[in-house]
Design a protein around this ligand. Structure first.
Ligand code: GTP
Ligand code: SPV
Ligand code: MN
Length: 615
C-alpha cells in the first residue's frame, strides 16, 4: 500500500483549486501512485515550466522561443495495438475499438500505476477541449494528471489550460478523469509478448488511464483520448454530437464576399494539417483567403437554428514535420518561427548551433554534419557508412505550436458558437482509382463513402496490392463504439440539419503507374479542387455525373498557372472502371464486418455497385 507523502489539499488550495470532485480525484491518484509532490498547472506557468525543463535537460533550446525534445526511441508514435476502449457493456464492442470489459482491464493498468510516482511530482492539468461557452462545453472539461513536465508544456499549447476553467463547472463532477504515467520506458517490453503499455479509455466512466509512453497521442490525453475517443462516445451516448478526426477551414472569396466552411477527414499523416494551413495558390491572384480553424479534430452538431455547426476543440497544432518547407507549407513554417514558443519532437538537432532539421525541410541535408544528432540522439558524424542513408529525423517527428501562432488562423477560431458547415470531405491516400475529387449529394452515400475511406497499406506485410487499409471516416484508431451505431449516429445528426452539407472524396496522391510521380502537385494547389466543390454546391458549375459521384470537367476546374501534362490531367479526372469493379468486392467484405449497419448504407453500397457494373 503506497501512502500519500504529500499534503494534497494544501497543494490544491494554494493553487486556488476549489472543485471538490477534482480534489477527490487528485487525492485518490496521489495516494495510489505515491506521488511526492503535487503541482497544479495553468497556462500562465508556461515560462517557468520551460525554464525548469531546460535546467533539467528535458528540452533543449532550438532558437529564440523554440525548443527541442526527444522521446525514447521505441516511443515515437501512437500504439494502436495497445490502445483499448473499455466499458461495462459488451454490446459496445466494435470491430476497431479493441473493446475490453472495464472490470478486467482497469485493475491491470491501475496495477502498473501503483507506486509509480514515488519520489516524483504529479502535475495536475485542468483543461477544456473547446472554447469556453460552447454548446458542447459540458463535454469539454477534463483534468489530466501526469508525471511528465514536457507533457505539461504540450498540453498548454494543445488545450486551454487553467484552474479557473475547472472551478466553476455547471456540473462540478462532470469532467474527464485522465491519468498519465510515463513508466520506466526502457523496461516496458515494447512490442514483446510482455508489453506493459496500456492506453485505456474507460468510456462509460469518462476515465482515461494511459501507462507506458511520453509520446503525443499516447500522453497528451486531452487531444486524442478525450477529444476523439471519449468525445465520440459522449456524442453518441448523449445523442448530441459527432467528434471526428477532421480538419476545418474557411474559404473566403474576396470578390463575392462569400465564405464557405469545409471540414473533413484524412487518415493520420495524410494531409489534414497541410490542407487546413494552405493559403490560396498565388496563381489565382489575391482573390481567395483560406483561414485555418483546425487540423485534427472537429466536433459537429446541429444548432438551435437547425444548421450544422463545427468547431475545433483544440488550441494548438501537433503537426507532422516531414516535408514541411517553404514550398509545401510556408504557413506552418511561420507558425514555428523564432518567438513562436513552439516545440519540436524527434527531429534532428544540432546542440552547438541550436538548429533543427527534418527530411524535406530543405532539399539537401545540412552539408556540415558536425554537431548534428539524429532522432535517436546519435551523432550523425559517427554513423557507419551503411547507415548513411537513414533518416535524420523520425518520419513521425512533429512540431507543436498554439493556434494563435498560425498566420492564417481564422479571426473567429475561438468563437464558442462554431461555424456553419457547407461541405464534408474524405481524403484517402490512393495511388490509383480515386480521382482528384468526386462530389456526393446524398447523405447516406456520403456516410457510405466515409465508411469506405482508406489509405494504402504502408507495410508490404499486411495488405494485398490495391487493397486499402480501410479507415472509416479516418477514425479507425479512435473508434470508441460499434461501427453500425456510428453510421446510424451520423445519419441521425447530419440528417437533422435543415441544410445538408455537400460531401466529396478527394485524392491528392494518385501516381503514375510507370515512374511513380504524383499526378497532381498537391499541397497549396489543392484549393482548386475545393473551390470547384464550393461552386458546385452553389449551383455555379454542374460537373459530370459518373457511377461514383460528380467529377469536375476540365473547364470547370481553375487550372490557371498550372502546367499539368495532358495524360496526368486526364487520369485524375476520370474513373478507372475495372479498378472500381474490383474495389466494390473489397468494400462488400469490409462492410460485412459491421453489426447492424443501417439499411440506408447498404442501399447506397448497392446503388454504387450497380452503377459501377453498368458503367
Ligand atoms: P496527423 O497529424 O497524423 O493526423 O496527420 P495529417 O493528416 O494532419 O497529415 P499532414 O498534413 O501532416 O501530412 C502528412 C504527410 O503528407 C506529410 O509528409 C506531407 O508532406 C504529406 N502531404 C500532405 N499534403 C500532401 C499533398 O497534397 N500531396 C502530397 N504528395 N503529399 C502531401
Ligand atoms: C495522429 O496520429 O493522427 C495525430 C498525432 O494526429 S497523435 O496526437 O499522436 O495521435
Ligand atoms: Mn491525427
Amino acid at each position: 500500500m503506497s501512502t500519500t507523502v504529500v499534503d494534497v489539499d494544501g497543494a490544491l488550495e494554494a493553487a486556488g483549486l476549489t472543485n471538490e470532485a477534482v480534489k477527490e480525484f487528485v487525492r485518490y491518484w496521489a495516494e495510489h501512485t505515491g506521488a511526492e509532490r503535487i503541482e497544479v498547472v495553468s497556462a500562465a506557468d508556461d515560462s517557468r515550466l520551460i525554464e525548469e525543463a531546460l535546467a533539467a535537460d528535458e528540452i533543449q533550446p532550438a532558437g529564440e522561443g523554440l525548443y527541442y525534445s526527444r522521446s525514447y526511441s521505441k516511443d515515437t508514435a501512437r500504439s494502436e495495438e495497445r490502445t483499448i476502449v473499455a466499458t461495462s457493456n459488451e454490446s459496445d464492442r466494435g470491430v476497431y475499438n479493441n473493446w475490453r470489459h472495464a472490470d478486467e482491464i482497469r485493475p491491470v493498468v491501475e496495477g502498473h500505476m501503483k507506486g509509480a510516482l514515488a519520489g516524483k511530482t504529479m502535475y495536475v492539468i485542468p483543461y477544456l477541449m473547446a472554447p469556453p461557452g460552447s454548446p458542447l462545453e459540458k463535454f469539454a472539461a477534463g483534468v489530466e494528471l501526469t508525471d511528465n513536465r514536457t507533457v505539461c508544456l504540450h498540453m498548454i499549447r494543445m488545450a486551454r489550460v487553467g484552474v479557473d476553467l475547472i472551478n466553476n463547472l455547471a456540473e462540478p463532477d462532470h469532467f474527464v478523469r485522465a491519468v498519465h504515467v510515463t513508466g520506466d520506458l526502457e523496461n516496458l517490453g515494447q512490442g514483446t509478448p510482455d508489453d506493459k503499455r496500456n492506453f485505456v479509455t474507460v468510456a462509460d466512466q469518462r476515465t482515461i488511464l494511459h501507462f507506458g509512453s511520453s509520446y503525443g497521442g499516447n500522453a497528451l490525453l486531452g487531444k486524442i483520448a478525450h477529444g476523439l475517443r471519449q468525445a465520440s462516445y459522449d456524442g453518441w451516448a448523449s445523442g448530441q454530437f459527432l467528434s471526428e478526426q477532421f480538419m476545418l477551414l474557411g474559404i473566403h472569396d474576396k470578390q463575392t464576399g462569400k465564405t464557405w466552411h469545409v471540414c473533413g477527414g484524412f487518415p493520420s499523416a495524410s494531409g489534414k494539417t497541410n490542407l487546413a494551413m494552405t493559403l490560396a495558390p498565388d496563381a489565382l491572384g489575391d482573390r481567395y483567403h483560406v483561414s485555418f480553424y483546425g487540423d485534427d479534430i472537429a466536433w459537429l452538431w446541429v444548432g438551435e437554428d437547425g444548421a450544422l455547426y463545427g468547431l475545433n476543440p483544440e488550441n494548438g497544432v501537433f503537426g507532422v514535420a516531414k516535408d514541411t518547407n517553404e514550398k509545401t507549407n510556408p504557413t506552418a513554417l511561420e507558425s514555428i518561427a523564432p518567438g513562436a514558443q513552439a516545440l519540436f519532437t524527434n527531429v534532428a538537432y544540432n546542440p552547438d548551433t541550436h538548429e533543427v532539421w527534418w527530411e524535406g525541410k530543405t532539399p539537401e541535408r545540412p552539408s556540415d554534419t558536425a554537431g548534428w544528432v539524429d532522432w535517436k540522439g546519435e551523432k550523425i558524424a559517427d554513423r557507419n557508412p551503411d547507415e548513411a542513408g537513414d533518416p535524420w529525423a523520425h518520419p513521425n517527428s512533429r512540431f507543436t505550436t498554439s493556434l494563435d501562432q498560425v498566420p492564417n488562423v481564422a479571426p473567429d477560431y475561438s468563437d464558442p458558437a462554431g461555424v456553419k458547415i457547407d461541405a464534408i470531405i474524405f481524403g484517402g491516400r490512393t495511388r490509383d482509382r480515386e480521382p482528384l475529387i468526386r462530389a456526393i449529394n446524398d447523405l447516406a452515400e456520403g456516410v457510405y463513402d466515409g465508411l469506405t475511406l482508406g489509405a494504402e497499406a504502408t507495410s508490404a506485410a499486411d495488405g494485398k496490392e490495391g487493397v486499402l487499409r480501410y479507415d472509416p471516416m479516418s477514425m479507425r484508431p479512435f473508434m470508441s463504439y460499434p461501427e453500425g451505431d456510428y453510421a446510424a449516429h451520423w445519419l441521425k445528426i447530419v440528417g437533422a440539419a435543415s441544410e445538408q452539407p455537400i460531401f466529396a472524396h478527394v485524392n491528392w496522391f494518385q501516381r503514375d503507374s510507370e515512374d511513380g510521380h504524383f499526378l497532381w502537385p498537391g499541397y497549396r494547389e489543392n484549393l482548386r479542387a475545393l473551390l470547384w466543390l464550393c461552386r458546385l454546391k452553389d449551383g455555379e458549375v454542374t460537373g459530370r455525373e459518373t457511377a461514383v459521384g460528380v467529377l469536375p470537367t476540365e473547364e470547370e476546374l481553375d487550372l490557371t498557372g498550372l502546367d499539368l501534362p495532358r495524360e496526368d490531367l486526364d487520369r485524375i479526372l476520370t474513373i478507372d472502371v475495372p479498378r472500381w469493379r474490383e474495389e466494390m468486392g473489397y468494400r462488400q467484405e469490409h462492410l460485412e464486418q459491421f453489426r447492424e449497419l443501417p439499411e440506408e448504407i447498404w442501399v447506397a453500397h448497392r446503388r454504387v455497385a450497380d452503377a459501377v457494373q453498368r458503367a
